[in-house]
Design a protein around this ligand. Structure first.
Ligand SMILES: [Cu+2]
Length: 372
């Protein structure tokens, strides 16, 4: 891990440029965590070695788990090695910010969606390119937006080199059929109706699911209730964890043993650690800001919090039913999704963060810039 250790320099740089703000803010407690991210040379070798040892110890029973949804599973140990497909591409890929804006809902009540499973290099920061397994070439995959009761006609075409599949949490469907794995070059199609409103995860369910989720095959589907929620600026944040191995040709593969050890290198909103520190989400005083927070995991919760704010409303599920009011922090479970609303009463820079701060420090952090 030493020579090719994924650096936090970009995040650290962003932290440094935000230092004054953080010092001035009421979030004094954040400062040590951000500044701690400025030490990319921390001795990780011993820790990683220990992680690996633990992972090996856990490897037997954990990797024996099978995905009952998949018909092409070849065993719990299958497909934990990174395919070479991503590394064969040139690693000279450009960084792009993932647009967190919720796309408009379709006017049609039946939505045809086709995704491709792709194994591609993805630049997640200035100095880190990963050998990603993706839907449509990005982590997370495209944001899907429908209404309760809408019909989704979905097709996945596998352009990868190993089996992949699709598990929509917004679907009520026979998983053995719909969520089955398909071989390279093959498609799988199924149709479902969005039964409940809310923010839902989708992910590849091919065995071992940990490897496929952990390598980036995740995304969000937002289902609106029949009567619209109050007007708001709407954003989708998909939290996910990165467990990376040594770079090959400038591209870092995902590391299954580290996924089992559950100590991530990075935790990110929408695939890029700290991307919304550099390029904050903009809002205006008077806005209602609605976050659809989906936690892809694969393992850790997203303890969602906004510094200097309180959530006016948090919907556990099926909005507008059972709203929680005046919430400071709420955990979104791995595999879960929830809706958080805040009212931008005053101007300022408000940090949104996973308040499990080990993971906030590792990149699950951003800024909402509220202008008067
Ligand atoms: Cu997959």
């Amino acid at each position: 891990m030493d020579a090719d250790l994924p650096r936090l320099s970009e995040l650290a740089e962003r932290g440094a440029t935000r230092r004054e703000f953080l010092m001035k803010s009421s979030a004094g407690a954040i400062v040590p965590f951000i500044l701690a991210a400025c030490h990319p040379d921390e001795p990780k070798r011993e820790r990683d070695h220990e992680d690996e040892r633990q992972a090996n110890q856990q490897g037997g029973p954990a990797t024996a788990l099978r995905n009952p949804d998949s018909r092409l599973d070849t065993g719990g140990h299958a497909n934990v090695r990174q395919s070479t497909r991503a590394a064969e591409h040139t690693p000279n890929v450009a960084f792009h910010r993932f647009d967190p804006a919720l796309p408009p809902v379709s006017a049609q009540r039946t939505l045809k969606i086709e995704f491709t499973a792709q194994e591609v290099p993805l630049k997640i920061s200035d100095d880190t390119t990963v050998a990603a397994w993706t839907f449509d070439g990005d982590i997370p995959g495209p944001i899907v937006h429908v209404r309760q009761g809408d019909t989704v006609e979905f097709t996945l075409v596998n352009h990868g080199s190993i089996p992949h599949s699709m598990d929509f949490h917004a679907a009520v469907i026979d998983p053995k059929v719909a969520f089955r794995s398909v071989a390279p070059g093959q498609p799988v199609s199924y149709t479902f109706r969005a039964k409940y409103p809310g923010a839902f995860l989708y992910h590849c369910g091919t065995s071992p699911v940990l490897m496929h989720i952990g390598s980036g095959m995740v995304g969000a589907i937002v289902v609106d209730p029949p009567s619209p929620l109050p007007p708001a600026e709407e954003y989708v944040l998909v939290q996910s964890e990165y467990y990376l191995g040594n770079a090959v040709g400038g591209v870092q593969p995902f590391d299954y043993a580290k996924m089992l050890a559950t100590v991530p290198d990075y935790v990110a909103f929408n695939g890029r650690p700290g991307q919304y520190l550099t390029a904050p989400i903009k809002a205006k005083v008077g806005d209602r800001i609605r976050f659809y927070v989906v936690n892809a995991g694969p393992t850790h919760p997203c303890n969602f919090h906004v510094v200097g704010e309180q959530f006016d409303t948090v919907y556990l599920g099926a909005p507008p039913a059972m709203p929680l009011r005046g919430i400071q922090t709420f955990a979104v479970a791995p595999g879960g999704g929830m809706i958080f609303e805040m009212l931008a009463d005053i101007p300022g820079e408000f940090v949104f963060v996973n308040h499990g701060f080990g993971h906030g420090q590792k990149g699950a952090i951003g800024i909402i810039q509220v202008e008067g």
